[in-house]
Design a protein around this ligand. Structure first.
Ligand code: ADP
Ligand code: MG
Length: 512
């Protein structure tokens, strides 16, 4: 079959980085082709070369067999290439229809023919199963629907190839499912799709063929039917990746964290925690499983001293910390990985080094008699960068320039360097690629085996299952059940997560 798009030896460098290094890629008509790679592998850059955002330094782009020059997005669109960027490029105050026809000549120049455009858009949307209301301002739409507008914008321009850059990153699981349905419908109609992702499962589910990129190069292109997540992970990361972490047996020690009938209100002043009782011992990981928004945030916050406890007690190593100041709680040896590293975990404009010592700069050995101990700090940071595999040219780079995975490694390195008695980790691997995820999980297991008590709060059930020694399921601010991971039954956890407790309490089997 003749290819729709073919890239030959595409090279693109930025100062100090080879983003694309002699990349070959072939897209066939009517295929869903995944471009898989870790953050920084060069996927977006490559597609920006195809879409005319960048000019490649060298290499050739063939469209339907003919070499083409793409100088700007307009050229790509004229050929039939559409791209939905990771960050949408819609104009919020304009309506859906206005956004879609923006920049196109009107059939009734100089008059804008919004009415007929609206009608056409509605028809187009209908035929592709993408319901949309053309006359609503874009800012009023949820993210999933805005994405739909971007897709329609490309279809309206008669795209034959649709490039989607990490489209699922902003979607809920339900929305992902809907998007996949739409993509399959596109394929039925003969459209080709380039689907960019770093999520293995997703790529396996939706694509016909998969091209893996690593460090600017193509590793290989494979049919999805002839590969598996493990092989893909190895190709992405360049070494064997352990999707399942080996854990030495758990030898729990003294009770480090104890919550006794803890209650707290949400930001909207509704009951968020309704009498939580829970213990975490030294050397064990207790995982909190649950659907997002069932009190997880509030739970982490009451332990950190960031939210008022209205009833009940929280103790760390027997000391009552209920409603204590955050600083006093940290001083007891409690460390935190916050759910939102960009806003709470890091000072983005500060350097890697400043972030690494951020919590302890004012005490020995980092400072003495009020003076920062530069030499010590330098050695400490270089050591952390090396041992935690933080990919940065050096310690003086602003942390905002690091990839998400490397930012999270900075957070974890800082928190674990304090050798905490208790680590409260919220969504520690959210948004991270496979390599960084594996690294972070391994570090947590290591800390646990060295005696740290860990409370893991994660909405990713497989993370909770693979790391925890005990699992507690939270639902609407209540612990529905606690079980040892060895005895955990996936179906039972699923039921508890959905708020069903009856059959567990009575022990009677659930009838389907
Ligand atoms: N505009 C730019 N200026 C400088 N470096 C860039 C630019 N865009 C991307 N890079 C660098 O190029 C490499 C590839 O980035 P990118 O294509 O965004 O990767 P991916 O989309 O696979 O995460 C990274 O090292 C990134 O930091
Ligand atoms: Mg990208």
């Amino acid at each position: 079959m003749e290819s729709l798009l073919r890239l030959e030896k595409i090279c693109k460098t930025f100062p100090g980085v080879v983003a694309n290094d002699h990349v070959d890629l072939e897209i066939l008509p009517g295929e869903i082709h995944a471009l898989l790679g870790e953050n920084g592998a060069g996927k977006t850059t490559l597609m920006n070369c195809v879409y005319g955002v960048y000019r490649p330094d060298s290499g050739t782009i063939y469209w339907k067999g003919r070499p083409v020059e793409i100088h700007q997005a307009r050229d790509a669109i004229a050929l039939g290439i559409g791209m939905v960027h990771q960050h949408f490029m819609l104009v919020p105050p304009l309506t859906v229809a206005e956004n879609i026809i923006l920049g196109l000549p009107s059939p009734r120049e100089p008059l804008l023919d919004l009415k007929s455009a609206s009608r056409q858009i509605r028809e187009l949307a209908q035929s592709y199963g993408l319901p949309i209301e053309p006359d609503v301002p874009v800012w009023q739409l949820p993210v999933g629907v805005q994405q739909r507008v971007e897709i329609l914008k490309a279809l309206y321009r008669q795209a034959e190839l649709l490039i989607l850059d990490e489209p699922t990153a902003v979607l809920t699981p339900g929305e992902v499912e809907e998007l996949f349905k739409v993509l399959r419908a596109f394929k039925e109609k003969g459209l080709s799709i380039i689907f960019i992702s770093h999520k293995l499962e997703e790529v396996m589910t939706i694509s016909d063929r998969i091209t893996v990129m690593r460090a600017g190069k193509v590793v290989d292109t494979l049919p999805a039917s002839r590969t598996n997540p493990r092989e893909l992970a190895r190709m992405m990361v360049g070494r064997e990746v352990f999707l399942h972490i080996e854990k030495p047996p758990c030898t729990p020690g003294e009770v480090v964290l104890e919550l006794e009938n803890v209650r707290a209100q949400s930001d909207r002043d509704l009951p968020a925690l309704k009498g939580i009782s829970l213990q975490v011992r030294a050397g064990e990981i207790v995982g909190i499983a649950g659907v997002d928004g069932n009190g997880q945030t509030e739970l982490a916050e009451v332990i950190a001293g960031l939210r008022r406890v209205t009833e009940g007690r929280i103790r760390v190593l027997g000391k009552d910390i209920t409603n204590c100041m955050p600083k006093d709680i940290i001083d007891l040896g409690v460390a935190f990985v916050p759910p939102d590293r960009q806003h709470m975990g890091l000072l983005l404009d500060f350097t890697v080094s400043e972030n690494l010592i951020g919590k302890s700069f004012d005490r020995p050995p980092f400072s003495r008699y009020g003076f920062l101990q530069r030499r010590f700090i330098e050695n400490f940071c270089d050591g952390a960068i090396r041992s935690c595999d933080i990919r940065t040219p050096h310690a003086q780079v602003p942390v905002k320039l690091l990839s998400g995975g490397n930012q999270q490694k900075v957070v974890l390195a800082r928190e674990l360097s304090l050798q905490p008695k208790l680590l409260v980790a919220s969504q520690p691997t959210r948004g991270l690629d496979v390599g960084a995820t594996e690294y972070i999980r391994r570090q947590m297991v290591e800390a646990r085996s060295a005696g740290t008590a860990i409370l893991l709060i994660s909405t990713e059930l497989d993370e909770v299952l693979s790391l925890s020694d005990r699992i507690a399921v939270i639902y609407e601010g209540e612990i529905m059940g606690i079980m040892s991971a060895a005895e955990a039954d996936l179906q039972e956890i699923g039921l508890l997560m959905a708020g069903s407790r009856a059959h567990v309490a009575t022990g009677t089997p659930q009838t389907a």
